[in-house]
Write a protein that binds this ligand. Structure first.
Ligand SMILES: C[S@@+](CC[C@H](N)C(=O)[O-])C[C@H]1O[C@@H](n2cnc3c(N)ncnc32)[C@H](O)[C@@H]1O
Length: 225
């Protein structure tokens, strides 16, 4: 079987991403991988303003969203609890090469992750302010926390290539992991994705997309009175 990654791609904002051979798509945006992570996921979920974010991620991939989040919480000096799922981990060398010199790449939590990558599941990292857990499991069948996440990064490959993580049944389950007021963000603004998020009880909004993309989506779990 093919390994998960092909060529490493340099993107216009100077950050790198890579091609997935299994899914035939890039892990991050070819129009600017770091800008995409920051705009769609860090700002889209409101993590850039949250005093103590708890982030759930579907698809750890190359760790671009995690590094963008690390850079943001380090800048503000706030704690972070991050739980990610990944069923097809890339080799540590790919993580290292994609991240080299990029945001978050010198953070102690990122360096600890590189040290421990490939040594069993879940991978756990605890630094002074950051708790990271990466579960190397299929998120569709893994236990998920309930009423927990302030931010949910729904970052599977596209609905066309990776439809299993965009189904109404899975999105309904995923929505339950959001704390009241928590925000799910995703790059897909496809009608069927927005309808499934609304059917899961979330308030869905389109917002302007990152470079190369017209729109993306945020979906909020209402706070009950
Ligand atoms: C678009 S990439 C994610 C990029 C990543 N968020 C980043 O910041 O680099 C999608 C990822 O989701 C993972 N994935 C897809 N379906 C999954 C599933 N059912 N369970 C766990 N991981 C899954 C893929 O293996 C891939 O690494």
């Amino acid at each position: 079987m093919k390994g998960p990654t092909g060529e490493i791609i340099l993107t216009p904002d100077g950050s790198r991403t890579a091609l997935s051979l299994r899914f035939g798509e890039a892990y991050g945006s070819r129009h600017g991988a770091a800008a995409h992570a920051r705009h769609v996921f860090v700002e889209g979920t409101g993590t850039h303003e949250h005093p103590a974010p708890r982030v759930l991620e579907v698809g750890f991939g190359l760790g671009a969203n995690f590094r963008a989040t690390l850079a943001e919480v380090a800048r503000r000096g706030v704690p972070l609890d991050y739980l990610a799922f990944e069923f097809d981990p890339v080799p540590a060398g790919v993580l290292r090469e994609v991240a080299a010199g990029g945001e978050g790449s010198r953070h102690p939590a990122w360096l600890a992750l590189l040290d421990r990558w490939g040594q069993g599941s879940p991978l756990s990292v605890q630094t002074e302010a950051v708790t990271l857990t990466v579960s190397f499991a299929d998120v569709r069948t893994a236990p998920l926390p309930e009423n927990w996440a302030t931010a949910l990064c729904l970052d599977g490959f596209s609905p066309a290539r990776n439809p299993e993580v965009w189904t109404p049944v899975f999105l309904t389950r995923l929505a339950r992991s959001l704390a009241p007021g928590g925000v799910l963000a995703t790059y897909s603004a496809a009608g069927h994705v927005r309808r499934a998020l609304a059917a899961a009880g979330l308030s869905v909004e389109k917002r302007p997309g990152p470079p190369g993309k017209r729109e993306c989506v945020r979906a909020v779990r209402r706070v009950c009175p």
